[in-house]
Design a protein. Structure first.
Length: 98
């Protein structure tokens, strides 16, 4: 198995609220969500919008270091990882490649 590399700046960021996401993005990428239930948990990272529901929860034994709580894949070998603060208000984010 190849080496897993994670690139991050280690900065904590605040989640975005639904009202902060451009309407065109909501219409094209988040039209499956109930707007009354998905009011926060949005992220804009490197020009791409994500929501927490895009990330798979990491369990013990997964190849990512334990600080990371979730991931979403861009390809077979790359994607985005997320760490959520203890209070659930902030996140750290990074990219991975293997």
């Amino acid at each position: 198995m190849s080496e897993l590399r994670i690139t991050t700046d280690h900065k904590w960021r605040q989640f975005k609220y639904r009202g902060e996401v451009p309407q065109s993005i909501l219409d094209s990428e988040f039209n499956y969500q109930d707007e009354d239930e998905a009011v926060d948990g949005f992220i804009c990272y490197r020009g791409t919008w994500y929501h927490l529901d895009h990330f798979m929860v990491l369990r013990n034994g997964h190849p990512f270091p334990s600080q990371w709580h979730g991931y979403t894949s861009d390809s077979f070998f790359s994607g985005v990882v997320i760490e959520i603060s203890d209070d659930g208000e902030e996140y750290r984010i990074g990219t991975y490649i293997s």
